[in-house]
Write a protein that binds this ligand. Structure first.
Ligand code: SDX
Length: 432
């Protein structure tokens, strides 16, 4: 409901625009009447101060460094719950009771196999394809395999598609990894929980028994919880925009995977590890800090900074703790990359430039070191981010498609191109 109005005068005309309050967070000005009443657009490339939708799923307080999934703080969910409980919460809005949790776990578990012809689908890729390229293709291909859950007007099919995505993306991600290293695909095992199953599909081989390490699978599960959703970030906004045209959920999630791949977004964990390897020694940190501050150098400190967090990303704190747990469990005493990361963080957090611009470590800063220690190659890091974020994408897609006020997204522009001019036949054109 609108609680007040904002007055704006444009081209000599003054209009009042409704102002609405959310439950928490900044108010919004409903600017839809602006163009109709004044013939003027707003302009906000990158959407730095533009709300694209109303949502009840996730809330970030950037100044406080707080992240809530349906009102629950990320640290409480990560410490006390598991990833499938977070999936249920994001999809349905409430934490499940014991019976609903067991039923949800059972349903997800019994959808974790993929159509057997997906194995042949993989044969079309080069072995050295980037696994994110494979995942973009596989998510899109899901709409070619699962026709009975792509009807966007049927809520029952929304739920089937959601379950299939949560259940099958880990299997496809593990297949992408196995294919890249020339090892046979490992089928899911229903005797294991979600994250144990994923690690087994990635690291088991047919010739020996796979031994689950509960510390490592718990760390993997927690990493999935940290990456599950994050308001209207670039890839989620991509999924919503694709979904607003009525595209099927698998095609929309494929678009989200493509967007997440970028190094400014989900690709930052891969880029951050490569940066730490390039820094190579604590002595070279000042050189890279100087480059990050140099306006003429495109280099950025990967894993640092965030559009919303102007405080420490709460996920980075939990990720740092998980990183130490995993390294300790694996007996990795002095990981040189971790030493560089810890020193880099210390220097950056005391540097005037980073303080003034409120640049803190984000979720990607420690994740690369952790995932490398778990045994994943760098190219798989963003695939793991996409695996976890699939539930956030599908929850946001569901919210958008089930909103009666939903309409196709179609931004306008500030046109600064040529004004109307007549065609000139080629022989009459001046040479350029
Ligand atoms: C994710 O949106 C989400 O929620 C994303 C995410 C999610 O869960 O979905 O949280 C996941 O994508 C985390 C972010 C991962 N990306 C990186 O770590 C890449 C490095 N970070 C930057 O590229 C940057 O900080 C962004 C992209 C994350 C945010 O960019 P913004 O909000 O557009 O801010 P900006 O680029 O305008 O930077 C503001 C200033 C600039 O200086 P000025 O032009 O004002 O002088 O800070 C500087 C930037 O130059 N700056 C950095 C920096 N990040 C910003 N300088 C050096 N190193 C950096 N990392």
């Amino acid at each position: 409901m609108s609680v007040s109005h904002a007055k704006i005068t444009v081209a000599g005309k003054t209009i009042e625009l409704p102002v609405r309050k959310g439950t928490i967070g900044p108010d919004i000005i409903e600017i839809a009447p602006l163009y109709r009443e004044t013939g003027t657009f707003t302009y906000d490339p990158g959407f730095t101060s533009t709300a694209s939708c109303e949502s009840r799923i996730t809330y970030i307080d950037g100044d406080e460094g707080m992240l809530l999934y349906r009102g629950y703080p990320i640290d409480e969910l990560a410490e006390q719950g598991d990833f499938l409980e977070t999936c249920y919460l994001l999809l349905f809005g409430e934490l499940p009771d014991l019976i609903r949790k067991e039923k949800f776990d059972y349903i997800v578990q019994h959808h974790n196999m993929v159509h057997e012809q997906f194995a042949r689908f993989f044969q079309g890729f080069r072995r050295d394809s980037h696994p994110m390229a494979v995942m973009v293709a596989c998510l899109g291909a899901m709409s070619a395999f699962y026709h009975d859950s792509i009807e966007i007007l049927d809520p029952q099919q929304h739920n089937i598609a959601s379950i299939r995505l949560i259940a099958k993306v880990p299997t496809l991600a593990a297949m992408a990894y196995k294919y890249s290293i020339g090892q046979p695909f490992i089928y899911p095992s229903n005797g294991l929980n979600y994250s144990e199953n994923f690690l087994r599909m990635c690291f088991a081989v047919p010739c020996e028994e796979y031994k689950v390490n509960p510390i490592l699978s718990r760390a993997m599960d927690r990493i999935f919880i940290l990456h599950a959703d994050h308001e209207q970030n670039a890839s989620t906004s991509t999924v919503r925009l694709a979904g607003s045209s009525g595209a099927n959920p698998f095609a929309c999630i494929a678009a989200g995977v493509a967007c997440l791949w970028g190094p400014a977004h989900g690709g930052a964990n891969e880029a951050c590890l490569k940066m730490l390897e390039e820094i190579c020694s604590v002595e070279r940190i000042p050189e890279f800090i100087a480059r990050a501050k140099d306006k003429n150098d495109p280099f950025r400190l990967m894993g640092f900074g965030h559009r919303v967090y102007k405080n420490y990303d709460p996920r980075a704190r939990i990720m740092q703790k998980t990183c130490h747990e995993v390294l300790n469990e694996l007996g990795i005493k002095d990981d040189p990359l971790l030493d560089i990361a810890v020193e880099l963080e210390k220097i950056a957090l005391h540097d005037e430039y980073f303080i003034e611009k409120k640049l803190y470590p984000n979720v990607d800063f420690y994740s690369g070191i952790t995932l490398k220690a778990l045994g994943f190659p760098t190219a798989m890091f963003t695939v793991l981010f996409a695996l976890a974020r699939s539930v956030g994408w599908v929850a946001q897609w569901k919210e958008m498609i089930e909103d009666p006020a939903q309409k196709i997204g179609r931004p306008r522009q500030l046109y600064t191109g040529k004004t109307k001019r007549s065609y000139v036949p080629i022989h009459e054109r001046a040479s350029i």
